[in-house]
Design a protein around this ligand. Structure first.
Ligand code: HEM
Length: 306
């Protein structure tokens, strides 16, 4: 009897894990149903970036903001309705803006392979494309995400703030199943100009003054579109090199070099770009796996639920 129960339990466990495996993301998800999907997305991203150089940084940030709220389910793309203020209109997303790039790619995809490619997958692929286009690494994006039906502006409050210390940053990432190494690897970013300048005490003072003088006035244009340094639009390990000389932009950035839990990782990325690229790719794949929903849909338009 005990043996029979045990066998049943093992079979049940196997079935459950098989079910999960089917729901897991897959690099070849659209190979049969929409083989041209990635090319269509790349074209849309390239085209938009040629017209507006701020697009790459905004798309990378969009992916992060999407995955951190309700998982990677394109909740960041849903439009507000009279009854509901959506994530898109939450304070941290106002300056993300380039949502139209994903909408454009989606419109082309609906022509080529209707009702097939989820908006969440489009963001994930576009985020890889902007990194590669900017001189960063290439990787195979895992696909098969479904789009969510819920988006609330109030939930954007749980995005990490530029004033966070390392403990708060680590907690925020841990809540999404991401570790300290992911925090450091993903913090390097393509960056347009920001006005949210929060000076960390460990920041080089001359540099802080220079940034302050370049910043647009708070509450005016929060993305003035200037570049912070010669490589801020390129994807490289310069971010870490800057941290080691006290030139991180936000308090949350510079604090990564001031804490023993993260300092050694910053140092290793600053001296080894290859290592940084490798870890960045691992962390992007992990970020793209945060809370994948199984009962979502493939939206026809990214701004509205079906
Ligand atoms: C670790 C915690 C993080 C904090 C506190 C943080 C905070 C911020 C803030 C305050 C800005 C400036 C926004 C503005 O200009 O209005 C920004 C920009 C940006 N963030 Fe984050 N961020 C974090 C992590 C990440 C991650 C993990 C990614 C992507 C993997 C990312 C991608 C970006 C990008 C690309 C920009 C530049 C956007 C632009 O210039 O248009 N950030 N971040």
């Amino acid at each position: 009897m005990v043996a029979k129960n045990l066998v049943c339990a093992i079979i049940l466990l196997l079935l459950v894990s098989l079910g999960q495996a089917e729901a897991a993301l897959n690099a070849h998800y659209y190979d049969q149903t929409c083989p041209q999907a990635e090319k269509i997305i790349l074209d849309a991203v390239r085209n938009a970036s040629m017209h507006d150089p701020k697009v790459p940084a905004r798309i990378l940030r969009m992916f992060f903001h999407d995955c951190f709220i309700r998982g990677c389910d394109a909740s960041v793309l849903l439009d507000s309705t009279p009854q509901n203020k959506a994530e898109k209109d939450g304070p941290p997303n106002i300056s993300v803006r380039s949502f139209y790039v994903i909408d454009d790619a989606k419109a082309e995809l609906e022509k080529a392979c209707p009702h097939t490619v989820s908006c969440a997958d489009i963001i994930a692929i576009a985020a890889r494309d902007v990194v590669t286009m900017s001189g960063g690494p290439y990787w195979n994006v895992l696909k098969g995400r479904k789009d969510g039906r819920v988006s609330k502006a109030s939930e954007t409050r749980s995005l990490p703030a530029p004033t966070f210390n390392v403990t708060q940053l680590i907690q925020s990432f841990a809540q999404r199943g991401l570790g300290v190494q992911d925090l450091v690897a993903l913090s390097a970013r393509l960056r347009n100009f920001s006005s949210l300048l929060d000076i960390d005490p460990s920041m080089d003072l001359d540099f802080a003054e220079k940034l302050r003088s370049k910043c647009p006035k708070p509450n005016k244009d929060r993305n003035a579109g200037q570049f912070l340094d010669s490589t801020s639009s390129a994807f490289d390990n310069n971010y870490y090199k800057q941290l080691t000389v006290g030139k991180g932009v936000f308090g949350s950035d510079q604090s990564l070099f001031g804490d023993f839990r993260t300092k050694w990782i910053v140092e290793s990325f600053a001296i080894d770009q290859g290592l940084f690229f490798k870890e960045f790719v691992n962390s992007m794949v992990k970020l793209g796996n945060v809370s994948i929903i199984e009962n979502g849909e493939v939206r026809l338009k990214c701004g509205v639920v079906n």
